[in-house]
Design a protein around this ligand. Structure first.
Ligand SMILES: Nc1ncnc2c1ncn2[C@@H]1O[C@H](COP(=O)(O)OS(=O)(=O)O)[C@@H](OP(=O)(O)O)[C@H]1O
Ligand SMILES: Nc1ncnc2c1ncn2[C@@H]1O[C@H](COP(=O)(O)OP(=O)(O)O)[C@@H](O)[C@H]1O
Length: 199
C-alpha cells in the first residue's frame, strides 16, 4: 500500500443491514474457465433467473471491464493478476452493498483466484469452474479468437500458448460440453438455495 495516514471511515448502515433490507445474502459467484467455455452465457442466464426471484444482482464481465476500469491492462501474467485483483476489490464492494455479484473472467491463475477468496469473508466467494474441453471451446470459437491464436495473430492466448490452471476445490463444476445451459443454470440456483443464500 502506497498511501499512509489513511483511516477507514465506518458507515452507520452495515452490510448485514443491507442484506436484511434486501431479504437475501450477498455473495460473489466467480465463474472461471477457458474463453468460450460459457462463463458469460451462464452468468447472464443465472442473473436473469435470480432477478426474476427478486434478488439484487450485478454482472462484472471480462470484456466489459476491460473496456473501462481495466483498459490499461493487457494479457501478461502480471496484467491478468492486476485485472483479477481490481475485480476482486470491486466485487468486495458490491458484496458490502448487499448485491449478488456474478463475475465472468478467465482468471487462469489459481493464486489470483485464491487472493480474491481471501479478500472476501467465509461463504462470500463461490468458485464455479465452467469446465469445457479446449477442443469444444475451439469448435465454438464465438469470437474467432482461437482461429487467430492458431494463426499466430494473437500471442499468449489462454489454452493455446498461455496456461489455464484448473480449480482444485471449486464449490461447483459445471460441464458445459456435457450438460445443457438449462441444467447448468439449475445447478447453480440449487446450490444457492440449498446453502441458504436466497433467504
Ligand atoms: N491473450 C488472450 N488470452 C485470453 N483471452 C483474450 C486474449 N486476448 C483477448 N482475449 C479476450 O479477452 C477475454 C478475457 O479477458 P479476462 O479479463 O477474462 O482475462 S483474464 O482473467 O485476465 O485472464 C476473453 O474473453 P472470454 O472469451 O469472454 O473469456 C477474450 O475474448
Ligand atoms: N451448455 C452450454 N453452456 C454455455 N454455453 C454454451 C453451451 N453450449 C453451447 N454454448 C455456447 O458457447 C458459447 C460460450 O461463449 P461465452 O459465454 O462467451 O463464453 P466465455 O464467456 O466463457 O468466453 C456461446 O456461444 C454459447 O451459446
Amino acid at each position: 500500500m502506497k498511501a499512509t495516514n489513511i483511516v477507514w471511515h465506518p458507515s452507520k448502515v452495515t452490510k448485514e443491514d443491507r442484506q436484511k433490507l434486501n431479504g437475501h445474502k450477498s455473495v460473489v459467484l466467480w465463474f472461471t474457465g477457458l474463453s468460450g467455455a460459457g462463463k458469460s452465457t451462464l452468468s447472464v442466464e443465472v442473473e436473469k433467473e435470480l432477478h426474476q426471484r427478486g434478488i439484487r444482482t450485478y454482472i462484472l464481465d471480462g470484456d466489459n471491464i476491460r473496456h473501462g476500469l481495466n483498459k490499461d491492462l493487457g494479457f501478461s501474467a502480471e496484467d491478468r493478476k492486476e485485472n483479477i485483483r481490481r475485480i476482486g476489490e470491486v466485487a468486495k464492494l458490491m458484496v458490502d452493498a448487499g448485491i449478488v455479484t456474478l463475475t465472468a473472467f478467465i482468471s487462469p491463475y489459481r493464486e489470483d483466484r485464491e487472493m480474491v477468496r481471501q479478500l472476501l469473508g467465509e461463504k462470500e466467494f463461490i468458485e464455479i469452474y465452467v469446465k469445457c474441453s479446449l477442443e469444444e471451446c475451439e469448435r465454438r470459437d464465438p469470437k474467432g479468437l482461437y482461429k487467430k491464436a492458431r494463426a499466430g495473430e494473437i500471442k499468449g492466448f489462454t489454452g493455446i500458448d498461455d496456461p489455464y490452471e484448473e480449480p482444485e476445490n471449486p464449490e461447483l463444476v459445471v460441464e458445459t460440453d456435457k450438460q445443457t445451459l438449462e441444467e447448468s443454470v439449475k445447478q447453480v440456483i440449487t446450490y444457492l438455495e440449498e446453502n441458504g443464500y436466497l433467504k
